[in-house]
Design a protein around this ligand. Structure first.
Ligand code: HEC
Length: 166
């Protein structure tokens, strides 16, 4: 006969397995639901890549945190123009509007800076690779709520990407 403790260990292991199975099933359901906004459906929200997020966080703290703040909160009065007319660094968390913009635009701002729209955001195209910038973006995404992430994923998939000129 099996000793008592091994029986209970067995049932705990079984419960754990069932738990993992249910959890996994739920995760799949979440991951497989298309994102629908304004009656336009796009693919389900992809899960983030953990090592890109952690790499992005390191780069964010190194290159962006001085202006946008280590906790992504931006400058306190970020909506109020400075005496020279420029805008202070905005937040990158849910309280800002970074998540209103599609991927290509955020990568473009990171690479080229804000000069194109008279902003003072510096460009990082000569210091960071595309892969670095994608990792930083992945980190920013990891800090957004599910709702903001879904919106940003949706706008990324529905916004017409400008084709390069001749
Ligand atoms: C020297 C300060 C400074 C640094 C460093 C800096 N930024 Fe900015 N950033 C700004 C300012 C100021 C603005 C807003 C005004 C403007 O448009 O130029 C801005 C705007 C932005 C925007 C546009 C947000 C929106 O909602 O329109 C993005 C995206 C952004 N920064 C990302 C980054 C990332 C990523 C880094 C690090 C790689 C970074 N910034 C580093 C100052 C900075």
């Amino acid at each position: 006969m099996l000793p008592k403790y091994s029986l209970s260990a067995l049932s705990i292991a079984l419960l754990l397995l069932i738990g993992i199975f249910i959890w996994h099933d739920q995760q799949n359901k979440v991951a497989q639901t298309p994102v629908v906004i304004n009656n336009i459906a796009v693919a389900p929200l992809p899960t983030l890549t953990a090592n890109m997020v952690s790499q992005g966080e390191i780069l964010y703290q190194q290159f962006c945190a001085a202006c946008h703040m280590p906790d992504l909160r931006g400058a306190p009065d970020w909506k109020k123009p400075l005496p020279d007319g420029s805008l202070p660094p905005p937040p990158h968390d849910d309280s800002g509007h970074t998540w209103h913009h599609p991927d290509f635009l955020l990568l473009q701002i990171m690479s080229e800076g804000g000069a194109e729209y008279e902003g003072v955001m510096p460009g990082f195209g000569s210091q960071l690779t595309q892969e670095d910038m994608r990792a930083i973006l992945e980190f920013l995404k990891s800090q957004w709520s599910q709702k903001s992430r879904e919106y940003q994923w949706w706008i990324t998939n529905t916004y017409p990407t400008p084709t390069p000129g001749p």
